[in-house]
Ligand binder design. Sequence first.
Ligand code: AVJ
Ligand code: FE
Length: 434
Amino acid sequence: MTRQINGDDLREQVAGELLRSRARSTALTDAVDEHDLVRQHSKLMSPLVWDLAHIGNQEELWLVRDVGGREPVRSDIDEYYDAFKFSRSVRPELPLLNPKEARQYVGDVRGKVFDVLEKVPLQGRRLVENGFAFGMIVQHEQQHDETMLATHQLRTGEPVLHAPLPPGGNLVPATETFIPGGPFEMGTSDEPWALDNERPAHAVHVDSFFIDTTPVTNGEYAEFILAGGYDDRRLWTDDGWEHRTNAKLVAPRFWQREEHSFVRTAFGVTEPIVPDEPVVHVCFHEAQAYATWAKKRLPTEAEWEKAARFDTAAGRTRRYPWGDEEPAEQHANLNQRHLRPAPVGAYPAGASPAGVHQLIGDVWEWTSSDFGPYPGFEVFPYREYSEVFFGPDYKVLRGGSFGTDKSAIRATFRNWDYPIRRQIFAGFRCARDA
Ligand code: AVJ
Ligand code: FE
C-alpha cells in the first residue's frame, strides 16, 4: 500500500486487494473436500470452514455494518465467529455454517462491501481515512489465510497444494554484521494501513550489536541436534527445559530423525531436509536454546527492526529493508508464491543497508521481546486486535513468512504468539552484544 492515495485510485487499489485476498481464501478452501473443511486437523486450529465464515463475519461487522451503516447480512451467527467467545478446540462443536452456507455468506457480504466501497466517503472519519478499515479487513483475511495454510500443513493425506520451487541460494559474504549503537525511529505514524500496535513512531536507543545476515538454516539446526542440544540442560531456560521435557521435544515439528540425518514433511510431501533453507516450525524455547549453544542470543524486537530499517549512511529509517517500494518478487519470499522458505542468499535484492538478508518473508523470526505497547499507544479501532494480548505471555515475531501476504507485512509489522507454539511458520536468526 503506497502512502496517501486518494479518491478513485484508492478505491481501485482497495478493490484489487479485496479480490486478491478472496482469491487466496477461495483457493485454500476449494483445495479440500467437504469433510476436510469441517474437520479439525489439530486442536490448535479451527476447522477451515470456521476461518472462512469468520473472515466474512469480521468483514460484515466492520465494512457492512460500521463503515457502511447497513443492515446486518446475518445477525444470528456473530457469537460463533467471535474468536474470544469459543476457543479453537471447541469450534467444531458449534452450529457453524456448512461449507455451502459459508461460501454463500462470504459472497453476500462481499457483494455489499463493493457497494459500500463505491459509495462511502473515504474521509471525515479516522476509520476510513486512506481506506484504513478496508485495509484492516484485507490484512485480517490474509492473516487467516496464513492460519489456514498452517492448518493445511497439519492436515494429513495426499498433497493438495502445489507451487513452484523458490529461487536458489547464493553466497552471503558475511555471516554476521555490525549495527552501530544509537537511536533510530521505531514503529510508524504515517503508514496508512499500519495496525495500532505498530504506532506511533518513536525514537529508540539501541546499543551496538551484531546480527546474523541470514536466518538459522536446517543444516545448522541439525548440527545443534546432533551435538546433543536438546539434552543439554544448560542451554535451556527453566521454562524452556520444562516445556522441552513435557512436550518431549527432540527436533523441529514435522521433522523425523533417521540415524544421523533428518526428513521433514511439508504439505503432504516427505523429503530430506534441505540444509541451506531456513529452519521452520521451531518454538521460541528451541530458538533460544540454539542461540545459547551458538554462543549468541535472540535479537530484541528493537534490534531486529533497526537491522531491517535503519540506513546508517543516510541516518534514516526505511519502510522495508530494500527501500520504500512495496515488496516485489525479487525482494522476498512472500504471498504463498512458494510453499517453503527459500535457501539463504536467494534474495540479494531484498537485503537491508547493513547487508542483512531475508528479514522479510521466508520465516517469521522469534525475538526475545514480550509483546507490549509502544510509548503513546492508542487502541485503534478495537481492543481485541492487540491490547488484550500485551504482557509477558506472548513473544514478538517479525518479518513474515513464505505464507504471509505482502499486504500483511511491513518492517514495522508485529506478530506475537506463545513461546511454545510451533505450527506457525516460525524460525529465527541470532544476534550478539558488540
Ligand atoms: C496477529 C496473527 C496473532 O491470528 O491471532 C486474526 C491476527 N487477529 N484475527 C491471530 C488476527 C484477529 C492474529 N495474529
Ligand atoms: Fe480473526
